[in-house]
Design a protein around this ligand. Structure first.
Ligand code: FAD
Ligand code: NAG
Ligand code: NAG
Length: 444
């Protein structure tokens, strides 16, 4: 099939690899004049890394990533560990490691493999019009292009989504959270005996200090020379016009009561702070057009809070699911025309992926909210879950806020990835198995 992918972000490139390797003819159109990703660390979860391996990216990924060994959840004041997750063990359980790497590095690897798999990329090609009925796009320069299928992976502020859904497009919405992102040089940490005490100079460990309303996550990326620092806080202040000094004053104020050594880390970090309000795309009425020739994927369809590190991973699952269901449809012995098969494939894709994305969004935000709950019995329940990350706990439901059930991996998700049930459900997901089962369950 001829397929046009709009957007060469992580979702678009992942799709290009999956679809090219399934022998589709893929063209990616990207508005930017050249490919470049903003520099920040990105965490990726095992069930998605597994598909990178299947696509033949294993060697490149392993050469460039840090495989997380342990995650320490720490009390914000004392700094002592509330719980430790042996992340290295996840590799055995879920068939691939939990990794962190530089965003730009991942983007480069995906780009290389998309081209190697046969995909074509057109830069400087902004889509300004969609003809959903006919599988066509129009570029800013007026050029019209048609394909059997158009897939929009154009990000959280998707133009395609606004065109497809018109007034029903909810746009992206604030989640109530924001994150300051900073970096520190690992050599500086190593030089300081007090900072070494934090244990953050150990390359493969990540650390997470949690407090009501605020948290600090650190992990190393890329050659273990830089420590990535993510400071979550309530999204109550507009920082868009603030200087570095003003940013820093807000950070100092917010993290005033944190462990003095951690505050020292913030002091020695590089003189750059960027505040990212966390936005999400609420569940959409639909992702595809009735013509069977268009669908949304990636952040355009389901951008979410980052508290389960699932943004990129969900895009990779999207790519695998779509390639799988297209293959099932096109090799289906039933004699219905290709158009009918394609409609059926997109319908199954949307059903499976919308459900999964909505659940992961819910669990991710729920996990983030739980890290930051006020002191009291709910926080005690959180600490209990985090203290025993390998167990499925008997936590009294009465101990938790309304409607939250720690026994429910999705609406509970207390403690996020520290919650065994949530982790198994989220990182134990089989994208190929699920879409195949749903396809097979429909009588055709
Ligand atoms: C602060 C922060 C931290 C995060 N941390 C993590 C993490 O640790 N782990 C994780 O998994 N995820 C994380 N995420 C989420 C992750 O970054 C996204 O889920 C992922 O990058 C989405 O990729 P995408 O390809 O869908 O969108 P994008 O990366 O936004 O790509 C969209 C592409 O489409 C192009 N485009 C847009 N409009 C047009 C048009 N009209 N015509 C042609 N091209 C167009 C754009 O130029 C862009 O290249 C984080 C996000 C943020 C903001
Ligand atoms: C794609 O084509 C190549 C070369 O013709 C073939 O070896 C391979 O099996 C095909 N792959 C799929 C998934 O159809
Ligand atoms: C946390 O934020 C809420 C809502 O903004 C506020 O009411 C509460 O006082 C804050 N608690 C702490 C400990 O900062």
């Amino acid at each position: 099939m001829q397929i046009i992918i709009v957007g060469a972000g992580i979702a678009g490139l992942s799709l290009a690899i999956a679809l090219s390797q399934a022998n589709h003819s893929v063209l990616i159109v990207e508005s930017a004049p050249r490919l470049a990703e903003l520099g920040a660390g990105i965490q990726m979860t095992p069930q998605a890394v597994k598909y990178f391996y299947q696509w033949g990216l294993k060697e490149d990924i392993l050469a460039q990533c840090v495989r997380v060994q342990k995650t320490f959840i720490r009390d914000h004041e004392s700094g002592s560990a509330i719980g430790v997750l042996n992340v290295a063990d996840l590799e055995k359980q879920y068939e691939a490691p939990y990794i962190v790497l530089h965003r730009a590095t991942l983007h480069d690897i995906l780009h290389k493999h998309a081209i190697r798999s046969g995909a074509k990329l057109m830069l400087n090609s902004k889509v300004t019009e969609y003809d959903f009925e006919n599988g066509a796009i129009v570029l800013k320069n007026g050029k019209r292009m048609e394909a059997d299928l158009v897939i929009a992976a154009d990000g959280i502020n998707s133009f395609a989504r606004s065109q497809l859904l018109q007034d029903a497009d909810p746009g992206s919405q604030p989640t109530g959270w924001a994150a300051f992102r900073m970096m520190a040089e690992v050599s500086k940490i190593k030089d300081d005996p007090q900072l070494r005490e934090l244990g953050i100079d150990i390359p493969c460990n990540s650390n997470f200090w949690i407090a009501p309303n605020r948290s600090c996550m650190t992990y190393q990326i890329k050659d273990a020379t830089m420590l990535n620092i993510v400071l979550s806080h309530r999204d109550t202040v507009d920082t868009s016009a603030l200087s570095y000094e003003e940013h820093k004053a807000i950070v100092n104020d917010l993290f005033e009561d944190f462990n003095p050594i951690l505050k020292k880390l913030l002091e020695i970090s590089l003189p750059k702070v960027v505040n990212y309000p966390v936005y999400a795309v609420p569940p959409l009425p639909n992702w595809r057009h009735a013509s069977g020739r268009f669908t949304l994927v990636g952040d355009a369809a389901h951008a979410m809070a980052f508290y389960l590190s699932m943004g990129v991973s969900l895009a990779v699952e999207d790519a695998v699911s779509l390639a799988t269901v297209l293959d099932l449809a096109l090799t289906n012995p039933c004699t219905a025309p290709k158009k009918v098969q394609l409609k059926a494939a997109l319908s199954v894709f949307e059903e499976v992926r919308k459900r999964r994305a909505t659940d992961v969004q819910k669990a991710s935000l729920r996990g983030g909210n739980s890290y930051h709950i006020p002191e009291g019995k709910e926080r005690d329940a959180l600490h209990k879950v985090m203290s025993y990350p390998d167990e499925i706990l008997e936590v009294s439901v009465e101990d938790l806020e309304d409607g939250v059930d720690v026994h429910d991996e999705i609406s509970g998700a207390v403690g996020g990835m520290m919650n065994r049930k949530t982790r198994d459900w989220c990182y134990g997901y089989d994208a190929i198995g699920e879409v195949t089962a749903v396809w097979n369950s429909k009588a055709r």
